[in-house]
Structure formats: structure tokens, C-alpha cells
Write a protein that binds this ligand. Structure first.
Ligand code: ZN
Length: 193
């Protein structure tokens, strides 16, 4: 940021008093521009044991498959955000169920909140999708899944389904030096096991 979004004066990058991090600070109007992690809300829409995935039409990872998920908007709940994203990306209505996965991706300052969901309508490719399709477990295109977070959520979902009980998973997704894709390093807090 070069100029204050509040008063348009130039901003300076420095550590404000009583803080310990560099921030964009406007000395003209006193605004401090804090940057904090963003929440991505999504769900795993399922019907007849098949999972609804969308093939992305936009970057990043255009052409790759993902669960419906996206950044929360102000004024909505995570459940509302997950349902809205599903409507936007897959033209589909869902009944949002229990919290399923809470994925911390600290190297990109994002938190994914993924809910179980029941697909209760028809579906079609939305504006940000090339295609929307139901997949059986053995049809999931693993090499073409868009993001590690989605891959982890799908793996956990299938593991829980095989076990016959869905938990709530808290996972740190870490980037490891020299690895092409981040890895899931920890899974805990499986309530309901
Ligand atoms: Zn200002």
C-alpha cells in the first residue's frame, strides 16, 4: 500500500507504538492498516455417496478441480458463506451440516473452514467454473485437485466415511522446503470418534 485509503496521504511502513510488527501507517490521519488472515469457507456437497466438485475457470489453478469454497464476505456467517459459494460455483443448493475440517495454512495467511453438506438441488457450472460434476470415490481426479487444502479435506472425508463416523479435524498445512506441494503435518481433535 502506498497511499492511505482513508485520507490519501502517503503511508509509511513502520512498527507502531506498543506493537511488534511492521504495519502500513498513515501519519496524516493516524490510521494503522492491519493485515490479518482471511477465512475461506466451503463445504463437501454429497448426494448418493458422490461428491460434488467444480473445475475452476479462473486463476489460480484454472482447469483444476475443487470443492465449492471461497473468501467470506462481511456480514455473513461461515455457513452462509459456504452455501453462497456453492450456489455461485456450482449453481447448487446445499443443506450445510456439521463443521468437518478447520485447516490452518499459515504460510498464505488463510484458514479454511469446511462443512459437511447435503446436495439438495440440481447443479451446473457457475461463473467461476468450467464444469461441475459428482464423483464417486474411485473417480476423484487426485492429480487435478486444485489446492492441498481441498486434497486434505477430501482425504479426511473419505477416511471418515470408511470408518463410518465423521469427526471434526484441525489440521496445519505446512509448506516444506524443496517440496512442490505443501503437506498435511498434523491432524487432531477428531470429535465424535
Ligand atoms: Zn490517512
Amino acid at each position: 500500500m502506498n497511499f492511505c485509503g482513508n485520507c490519501a496521504a502517503p503511508v509509511i511502513r513502520r512498527v507502531p507504538p506498543a506493537d511488534d510488527r511492521l504495519r502500513d501507517v498513515c501519519d496524516s490521519c493516524g490510521t494503522i492498516f492491519y493485515e490479518n488472515p482471511k477465512i475461506v469457507a466451503g463445504c463437501i456437497p454429497v448426494r448418493d455417496e458422490k461428491i460434488l466438485l467444480c473445475r475452476r475457470s479462473i486463476e489460480p489453478r484454472a482447469g483444476f478441480w475443487t470443492l465449492p469454497a471461497g473468501f467470506m464476505e462481511n456480514g455473513e456467517t461461515t455457513r452462509e458463506a459456504a452455501a453462497r459459494e456453492t450456489l455461485e460455483e456450482a449453481c447448487a443448493r446445499v443443506e450445510i451440516g456439521a463443521l468437518f475440517a478447520y485447516l490452518d495454512i499459515s504460510h498464505v495467511s488463510q484458514v479454511y473452514v469446511i462443512f459437511l453438506a447435503e446436495l439438495v438441488s440440481d447443479f451446473a457450472a457457475g461463473a467461476e467454473s468450467l464444469e461441475a460434476r459428482l464423483f464417486q470415490e474411485n473417480e476423484i481426479p487426485w492429480p487435478e485437485i486444485a489446492f492441498p487444502s481441498i486434497e486434505v479435506a477430501l482425504q479426511l472425508y473419505l477416511e471418515d466415511r470408511r470408518r463410518g463416523a465423521f469427526g471434526t479435524h484441525t489440521v496445519d498445512i505446512k509448506r516444506r522446503v524443496g517440496e512442490k506441494r505443501p503437506a498435511r503435518v498434523d491432524s487432531e481433535g477428531a470429535a465424535g470418534r
